[in-house]
Design a protein around this ligand. Sequence first.
Ligand SMILES: Nc1ncnc2c1ncn2[C@@H]1O[C@H](COP(=O)(O)OP(=O)(O)OP(=O)(O)O)[C@@H](O)[C@H]1O
Ligand SMILES: [Mg+2]
Length: 339
Amino acid sequence: MITTTDLRKVYRSRGREVTALDGVDLRVREGEVYGVVGRSGAGKSTLIRCVNLLERPTSGTVTVDGQDITRLAGRDLRRARTRIGMVFQHFNLLTSRTVRANVELPLEILGLAGRERTRKALDLLDLVGLADKANAYPAQLSGGQKQRVGIARALAGDPKVLLSDEATSALDPETTRSILALLRDLNRRLGLTVLLITHEMDVVKAVCDSAALMKGGRVTESGTVAELLATPGSELARELFPVGGDASTPDSTVVDVTFLGETAAQPVISQLARTYNVDVSILGAAMDTVAGKQVGRMRIELPGRFEENVVPIGFLRERGLQVEVAGEEQAAPVVEAVR
Ligand SMILES: Nc1ncnc2c1ncn2[C@@H]1O[C@H](COP(=O)(O)OP(=O)(O)OP(=O)(O)O)[C@@H](O)[C@H]1O
Ligand SMILES: [Mg+2]
């Protein structure tokens, strides 16, 4: 649904050059919620602004719903943009207009007649749970309510794609959850593809089907959350499910085990202990539900060095678990989910 190919953006200001995007290939499938994470300055906002051409890429292409929007200009571009909704961190509402009039604004630009506009705006406010605030002014709303207005406004042009740049980072955790639930609900009910930027791993955990990690203008890892979790050495997987804990003695083997879907429900650790008569210590663990699936990571300690634990580790791998042994060289940590 959204594809960027070798996307580059170089800012030039006062003789200095900043490469904000350094060859980004992104592939967002129809109907998915896709999260882009990364440190401040990684290029996340630049990327999302290039997807709706608020920012012109220096080179590369952006395809949305089969259309190369980097080739569009004028009226064609404006029309294509109405199919791409955008939600902002600081809501960007007009304070002098009522909630309804804020939602009507893009409908005015689209040329909808007065009565039709009002009906559509009220429908959209109903959709985001704000029907009773139509005549209020932004100043009379809470942050979460303002963001709901922002979302209603973004949906005015019946977009197929919704872009969100840190839509929840100005909100408290509970309000964040309710806004994420709303985005997930809209994604399901309207078949809306959502590309969201966040610096919070919890946001990815709560709503994303897929995710990408950006660093220095490049995507270093990407894939479905399940693919990422199943990839040895994935930095995103580690940040989504951090497990701590140090070995109690140097003569032991520390193993990080990732449980996905069905494997999460199997009593593999107790089977391991029984089958090989080993004492398994749990050093750390995290369990959660991601995209409706049970996922967990656990750091365990087995007595004896790695050489002595080859068989039990093989047993875990045979059960379909993702197993990483501390200190063992890992394959290159770059995941490129090729579809
Ligand atoms: N208009 C601009 N002119 C010049 N440089 C810019 C401009 N916008 C962004 N940059 C630079 O491009 C790089 C990427 O910025 P960007 O805003 O995309 O990062 P980000 O990942 O969104 O960061 P944050 O998490 O802080 O929002 C930064 O080095 C930034 O200083
Ligand atoms: Mg940003």
